[in-house]
Design a protein around this ligand. Structure first.
Ligand code: NAP
Length: 276
């Protein structure tokens, strides 16, 4: 029994109506001259195991994994790469022979965005991450790799916060900042919560100063109250779109072994976002 070479990739998550990944990845695959297709697979939360079995049986080359499966998918994979293993979060699956390997490209995606696109050197600086979910863990891991001096984590749920320090012992738990004094020592502040998706302000009582950099992982809407106020205070404010493109590029590199066409991917993301 032989099987024709597999030629598809996709993203699994729930819900998935708003994913930009097919737009970004299909442009990139065409640019690389690959006759592959990248599809969106909405998977109901109780069907994750069946979905992974299906991807294996159908010969998928790999997949992205998004909410709510980034942690639960670990139990369905054969092996984990270094970053995925150390934070227990997977956003990319790579087929190697019959094995499914889990990777986390949010770590490299965030690091490449901060040091490359934003041009920020956090070496020796104190950084603050808001949130304690999968994205927060990836950001903490990336900041450690970039040589940040201290990475503080603030989360509304102390149990969730300790789950971050359990896997990333260098992170330090702090209270949610309530005043500008709480924030003044942080060079970089990252919002890794959904606060801002519906116009909420993640840090309503603080002001920002020149020299600080705020990254909101949210990319739709393209700007959020925390970014607006950061810019008004003279700080630099970046949305999560750059990280989204960088993590997509890192996944593509894993699947294809080729250099990703970053500019085309970025343009595809902006175009898809602008059409909403
Ligand atoms: P997650 O695993 O669900 O974690 C979300 C975190 O935010 C949790 O710690 C949660 O706390 C906290 N949170 C939720 N609502 C909150 C509120 N009202 N006040 C304070 N904290 C709140 O999600 P995730 O995967 O880490 O993603 C977090 C955000 O990053 C999402 O907006 C996602 O779209 C974005 N993201 C962007 C990229 C990118 O490439 N730009 C990549 C990954 C994620 P509880 O545990 O207490 O609920």
């Amino acid at each position: 029994l032989t099987r024709r070479a597999a030629s598809f990739l996709g993203v699994i998550g729930w819900p998935l109506e708003h994913t930009l990944s097919p737009a970004i990845q299909n442009v990139a695959l065409r640019r690389l001259g690959l006759d592959w297709v990248y599809l969106a697979f909405p998977v109901p939360p109780d069907s994750l195991g069946a979905a992974i079995t299906g991807l294996r049986a159908l010969g998928a080359l790999g997949a992205n994994v998004t909410m709510p499966f980034k942690e639960s998918v670990v139990g369905f994979l054969d092996e984990l790469s270094g970053d995925a293993r150390s934070i227990g979060v997977v956003n990319t699956i790579q087929r190697v022979g019959d094995a499914f390997i889990g990777h986390n490209t949010d770590v490299d995606g965030f690091a490449e965005f901060v040091s490359g696109d934003a041009g920020v050197d956090v070496t020796g600086s104190d950084c603050l991450v808001l949130g304690a979910g999968g994205a927060a863990r990836a950001v903490v891991k990336a900041l450690e790799g970039l040589g940040a001096s201290e990475v503080a984590v603030a989360a509304r749920n102390p149990d969730k916060a300790t789950s971050v320090t359990a896997v990333l012992p260098h992170a330090k738990l702090v209270d949610w900042p309530r005043s500008s004094a709480d924030l003044k020592d942080f060079r970089l502040v990252v919002n890794a919560t959904p606060l801002g998706l519906a116009g909420e302000d993640a840090l309503p009582d603080v002001t920002f100063s020149p020299g600080q950099v705020i990254v909101d992982l949210i990319y739709d809407p393209p700007t959020t109250p925390i970014l607006e106020r950061a810019r008004a205070g003279g700080a630099l404010g970046w949305s999560g779109l750059g990280m989204l493109v960088r993590q997509a590029a890192a996944s593509l590199r894993i699947w294809t072994g080729q250099d990703p066409p970053l500019e085309a991917m970025s343009a595809a993301a902006l175009h898809a976002l602008g059409r909403r």
